[in-house]
Design a protein around this ligand. Sequence first.
Ligand code: NDP
Ligand code: GDR
Length: 339
Amino acid sequence: MTRRALITGITGQDGSYLAELLLAKGYEVHGLRRRSSTFNSARIEHLYQDPRDSDTNLFLHYADLTDESRLIRLLRRIDPDEVYNLAGQSHVGSSFDEPEYTGDTVGLGAVRMLEAIRTSDIDCRFYQASSSAMYGAAVGRQDEDAPFRPMSPYGAAKLYAHWATATYREGYGMYAVSGILFNHESPRRGETFVTRKISRAVARIQAGLADYLYMGDLDAIRDWGYAPEYVEGMWRMLQADEPTDYVLATGTSYSVRDFVAAAFEHAGLDWEKHVRRDERYLRPTETAVLIGDAAKAERELGWKTTVHGGQLVRIMVDADIEAVRHEGRPWVDRPTPTS
Ligand code: NDP
Ligand code: GDR
């Protein structure tokens, strides 16, 4: 029997890698996309085939996480075996400007999905995209038992969705799990997240298209992994015998400054000549340090990262240099880079 998966946020970084993974495993994949005035499907263009002239296994549906009746209708029609809830306003900085919208899509959006599944009586497994941003000001290396102390409207909204997922698991017996994922990046990362902002700027400066990169806090420390490895972890969580939450992380830490220096150096540039500070990129509250402990996922799911640090920097900078050279997008029609 072909298994059916539904991915909200399929047009995003993780959604696109997850769709690739599930299609390769033989799933029928359904993805929710938002209606927009311009095309927003560049990350999955290479996977899409017109259903009229092919036996494609990928189907896209217009829907928004703010529209509960649409979610219910779609869930009933698709009747998925697995649901991956990846959609929502995912930028921490923007969540300070748009706290209500962030809460609506990230927090209530997850509850709408859970309610739609529960009230439709669909027998499926549910994955919620929780975040290390829920730890916020917590100290030390964070595992599944570390205390939560979010430092942004985004982190608070994710925490609401996280506990709602646990409540539906415990209260209604649903197979519902949260993956608490630390930062994961790739050439498909949105251009306003810090790693991609840096790799893109390096490529443009090297090509003579720009002179400066304007940055906020360079002291922040993050645990940066490679997105294709993280979507494999999401899938493994839904294959486990018992539903339970997992942290996915590399356990390594780098400052934003480290990433900047390594990226410029890889392109043969001196970062101190090109990087300037812009107060507009500072956040009202900053999460200074986030480092994860994924021992449980390694032990129970056999999941482990291999890419981080310098290798991740090289993958991203090389992809953006290539993209600038071809004036195209790095991911279209090219295999996932692994080195
Ligand atoms: P992206 O920002 O790349 O993708 C977000 C997706 O959500 C896009 O497909 C976007 O559509 C869609 N979306 C946004 N708002 C709505 C809405 N109202 N209704 C329907 N769809 C919507 O995020 P990532 O792929 O990086 O992350 C995936 C999930 O994992 C997110 O929930 C994020 O918060 C969470 N997460 C990410 C981490 C990371 O390091 N990447 C770490 C921990 C958690 P469009 O393309 O039209 O904008
Ligand atoms: P984060 O990622 O907030 O951790 O959330 P982001 O890449 O936005 O920032 C990482 C760190 O870099 C600092 N920073 C800047 N950030 C951006 N975006 N732009 C800048 O110019 C800049 N200068 C310094 C930030 O202050 C921060 O400390 C990401 C998102 O993917 C979330 O959806 C996810 O849940 C968490 O990771 C885990």
